[in-house]
Design a binder for this molecule. Structure first.
Ligand code: ATP
Ligand code: MG
Length: 217
């Protein structure tokens, strides 16, 4: 049986940080997604292709079996829900944290004390809703698709829930981190049917990923 495998990755940090793991599994992507216009990239293994999709679409491609496996951030997986996905390995790549941030002049602590109903802009509605519910805070969530840092600066929101790594973008926009919600890293996700039907092909790759990610962590 031909066991063709399709791996879903997003451009940028996930693609870059997955390359060494692929290499450990003997797989080399032979075209650069930053310069190629192709969305299906070949590898040195004629039976392995990489598809390039939006970071938040990776779980969907894998869930429906359009890709056999993929790499997605915990942020993205929490919003997706993980249905149909087997999540065997935390690859410990694309590490950052999900945080609440506000304008430097905004007194978050006293707003909470006074029971103010805050407006919070985020791409991560489910995670944000759960966080504030756990704290017993009433918030109005505003869904954005990017550039969350802008929202408090122009009065769209009192706070944002976003990913932070160095804090450089927050500082550059005069925002301060006021709550750490969770640590984020990327996981390998595998289609549940593919795991059964293509185990022979997949397992050595999963093993190599696991070994290589443990080493780099
Ligand atoms: P899109 O560009 O499609 O809107 P995106 O901006 O979330 O999506 P990336 O910036 O490539 O895409 O982020 C992909 C994943 O990398 C995120 O889901 C998250 O898990 C992780 N990530 C995001 N920002 C950072 C960061 N600053 N440092 C480390 N990892 C990050
Ligand atoms: Mg981004």
């Amino acid at each position: 049986m031909s066991q063709k495998l399709t791996l879903a990755l997003s451009k940028g940090r996930i693609f870059e940080e997955t390359l060494p793991l692929l290499k450990a599994a003997g797989i080399v992507v032979t075209e650069d997604p930053e310069t190629s216009r192709k969305l299906i990239l070949p590898t040195n293994d004629p039976l392995v292709n990489v598809i390039i999709v939006r970071a938040s679409d990776v779980p969907t491609y894998v869930q429906y079996g359009a890709a056999d496996f993929g790499v997605a951030g915990k942020d993205v997986l929490l919003e997706h829900g993980g249905e149909g996905l087997y999540q065997p390995i935390d690859l410990e790549i694309a590490k950052c944290r999900m945080s609440v941030a506000v304008s430097a002049g905004f007194d978050y602590a006293s707003a909470i004390r006074q029971g103010a109903r805050l407006r919070v802009a985020t791409k991560y509605l489910l995670t944000a809703r759960e966080h504030f519910a756990r704290k017993g805070m009433h918030v109005d969530l505003i869904k954005l698709y990017g550039s969350m840092e802008l929202a408090p600066l122009v009065g769209l929101a009192d706070a944002i829930v976003d990913l932070v790594s160095t804090g450089g973008t927050l500082r550059a926009n005069n925002l301060v981190e006021v709550e750490h919600i969770m640590d984020i890293s990327s996981r390998l996700v595998v289609n549940q049917a593919a795991l059964k039907l293509k185990r022979e092909r997949l397992q050595p790759i999963l093993d190599a990923f696991e070994k290589a990610s443990g080493q780099s962590a």
